[in-house]
Design a protein around this ligand. Structure first.
Ligand code: AMP
Length: 190
């Protein structure tokens, strides 16, 4: 199964993506995590992107597209989390998946209000100490989501791939809702 999960920071995207990957036995491809790992490991990529992550800005599209290509090329199934974030990335993803004959099957949108997203991120900041969860950086990340990533929703809606999920209930409730949506997708595709 090839799933893309969209939603603002703090929507629970990462947690839900991990669960889908586990139940469906597919790879969870989370670009934020890949980049943070590169920063911790001090690789060339990590050194290049560290100041960008620190500010909550976006890593250049060409860097991200190369990174994703390497990860997806050999996967039959995946849950994509954190990519695409811009129109250019979405176009590159479409071309790439078409080329390898593995189009997206479903796009999940986890919807939460800005208030809920902000509160969750501030809690995560206190618990995990992620430096890009500091209040001024969070604001920048949410602004970039609304400005650059949200417009992608229409693209997938028009294609009939979008399923909107309320991301505000308890984690397990959201997981159950996602499972129902994926089951239903699976049935209508058969
Ligand atoms: P995330 O954990 O998805 O919120 O990502 C953490 C940070 O990694 C973001 O604030 C960006 O700096 C960077 N990042 C992750 N995915 C992308 C992407 N697709 N395009 C550009 N930057 C990204």
């Amino acid at each position: 199964m090839r799933v893309l999960i969209l939603g603002p920071q703090g929507s629970g995207k990462g947690t839900q993506a991990q669960r889908i990957a586990q139940t469906r036995s597919v790879r969870h491809v989370a670009t934020g995590e890949i980049l943070r790992d590169a920063v911790s490991a001090g690789t060339q990529l990590g050194r290049r992107v560290a100041p960008i992550l620190e500010k909550g800005d976006l890593v250049p599209d060409d860097v991200m597209v190369d990174l994703i290509r390497q990860r997806l090329e050999h996967e039959d199934g995946f849950v994509l989390d954190g990519f695409p974030r811009t129109l250019q990335q979405a176009e590159a993803l479409d071309a790439m998946l078409e080329e390898i004959g593995k189009p997206l099957e479903v796009v999940l949108l986890l919807e939460v209000s800005d208030e809920v997203a902000l509160n969750r991120l501030l809690t995560r900041s206190a618990l995990e100490g992620r430096s890009d969860d500091a209040p001024n950086v969070i604001e920048n990340r949410l602004r970039l989501y609304h400005e650059l990533t949200e417009p992608l929703i229409e693209r997938y809606r028009e294609r009939g791939a979008l399923v909107v999920i309320d991301g505000e209930p308890q984690i397990d409730e959201v997981t159950a809702e996602i499972e129902r949506a994926l089951e239903q997708r699976g049935r209508t595709r058969r």
